[in-house]
Design a protein around this ligand. Structure first.
Ligand code: SF4
Length: 493
């Protein structure tokens, strides 16, 4: 969609760390969680979140969530354009509503708060969100009555920053899936009515499948949603509070078609791609195979956003079949995977259904089996561990350390994340570095060593076949070398 040069009443945007394709690699996007470090900021930005291509300030691709809102507003007849943050000046003067998409606006998410807690600096993604809000063109438009509406997975963080909301004149923050409510909020803003400062989307307002529009312009890195919600019910997670819905094949293929205007593949997004089409935690062989065959027939490659170890471990044959399909056009694929703990006791308390259809007591074995299968069939997982969850004991951490020993030979990244109160544990206390004991430190060092061992081969794989690999790869390698050198100076070898 090309709205360049037009004056639109509704402008949508996101900060630079979100309006980037990370050199066509979602893994690289994790770099936005880090604070400024040994690399000069300008070089770090180029390496980890370079600006996306634009035409007259309109990005060729934008975050998937923003594209959904854009599609919904267009469907309801609003005059809307999505704009790169560096080109707001050209559009925002004429606008009456500015919609901003956020993921981790204050760096309070698990990955960025862990980095910030250790390195004692504001992460890039928080810095760039603040820089967006401080833009003179927004302040100018605000004086002329512009209403600012914010949505996205990171909105929960505004509850911890009420002064910021006031200081920057944010008019409305929408918490939840906004398809059914965004139209009425934008209309109220255009009518000059007061907006609710914090709008929590109720269960009744959560859209059904039929009420979720197809995106009409490409999403960053070919992301396409294949479903929403998760039925595993981990206590520390807010996703699980939403109903489970799977998109039909034709809807997924239509969105891939839209993305193919600028991309070539499809990154399938769900909380667990392995259970596509299933009402529970057991993968549905036929549906999953059909989905992958249909997607691959349409485009040049497949990635996954997330998948569960339990689903992989429960259906090794199905997983091998899926791998066979995917590897027809590529040599590996990636996904985010939650390990969280190596302790069966802790798993039982905080994520009793994570191992399902296996028992929670079997969790460490489920992790070993799932990770082994991923290694054999070329899925490279970026794994997370939770550190400092309220009920955690020293023995639980020791169990996780022991599990890491077993995972040494698995091609993967393993990232420890400090506990952030969310989901059913939202009233608990945050964990921070001051609470770290020697066992926690040992765990962090173990993760670092694991990642240092694998990182160079992962960089090679991530950029294999790309024309610019030769130019850019040495910079990432240098970055890794500097970090390893720093760690060695701190006694981590
Ligand atoms: S499996 Fe993942 S998405 Fe589902 S509830 Fe647990 S942490 Fe949340």
């Amino acid at each position: 969609m090309d709205k360049a040069g037009e004056s639109c009443k509704v402008v949508l945007t996101a900060d630079r760390t979100l309006m980037s394709d990370y050199h066509h690699n979602e893994f690289v996007g994790f770099g936005t969680c880090a604070p400024p470090n040994v690399i000069p900021d300008w070089l770090y930005k180029f390496l980890f979140f370079p600006p996306i291509k634009t035409k007259d300030g309109v990005p060729v691709a934008a975050p998937y969530g923003l594209r959904k809102i854009e599609a919904q507003l267009l469907m309801e007849g609003f005059d809307v354009v999505t704009v790169d943050p560096d080109y707001l000046g050209k559009y925002v003067d004429e606008a009456r509503v500015l919609g901003i998409h956020v993921m981790d606006p204050f760096g309070l998410g698990p990955a960025s708060s862990t980095f910030a807690s250790i390195l004692k600096k504001e992460p890039f993604l928080a810095q760039y969100f603040r820089m967006l809000m401080e833009k003179s063109e927004i302040k100018r438009a605000k004086k002329h009555g512009l209403k600012i509406v914010i949505g996205g997975p990171g909105v929960w963080q505004f509850k911890y920053r009420p002064e910021f909301v006031k200081e920057y004149g944010i008019d409305c923050i929408i918490d939840g899936e906004a398809e059914k409510v965004i139209g009425k909020i934008v209309q109220a803003a255009l009518n000059g009515e007061d907006l609710p400062q914090y709008y929590e989307v109720s269960v009744e307002e959560t859209p059904s499948l039929e009420e979720i529009p197809d995106i009409v312009a490409p999403s960053i890195n070919d992301l396409v949603e294949i479903g929403r919600g998760c039925c595993r019910g981990c206590r520390f997670c807010s996703v699980t509070l939403r109903p489970l819905r799977w998109y039909p094949y034709d809807k997924i293929l239509r969105e891939i078609e839209v993305n193919m205007k600028v991309g070539g593949g499809a990154c399938l997004h769900a909380e667990d791609v392995m259970v596509y089409g299933s009402k529970n935690t057991i993968p549905e062989d036929e549906k999953l195979i059909k989905l992958h065959e249909a997607v691959l027939e349409k485009c040049g490659g497949i990635g996954w956003s997330h998948c569960s170890l339990a689903a992989v471990a429960s259906k090794p044959k199905l997983f091998s079949k899926i791998s066979e399909i995917i590897l027809q056009k590529q040599s590996w694929w990636g996904a985010e995977v939650g390990i969280e703990t190596g302790s069966a006791e802790l798993a039982k308390k905080i994520m009793p259904a994570k191992a399902h259809p296996f028992k929670p007591e079997e969790w460490p074995e489920v992790v070993r089996t799932g990770m082994g299968l991923m290694h054999d069939y070329k899925l490279i997982p970026a794994c997370t561990l939770i550190v400092g969850v309220p009920e955690e004991t020293e023995d639980d951490v020791i169990k996780t350390i022991e599990l890491l020993d077993d995972l040494k030979g698995i091609r993967s990244l393993i990232v420890p994340l400090f506990f952030v109160p969310m989901g059913r544990l939202e009233d608990e206390d945050w964990f921070n570095d001051a609470e770290m004991n020697s066992v926690h430190q040992e765990l962090l060092i173990k993760c670092l060593k694991h990642d240092f061992y694998w990182i160079n081969s992962l960089i090679d794989l991530a950029f294999a076949g790309k024309w610019y690999a030769k130019l850019i790869r040495p910079f990432y390698r240098l970055f890794v070398e500097i970090i390893i050198h720093k760690a060695a100076k701190a006694g981590i070898r």
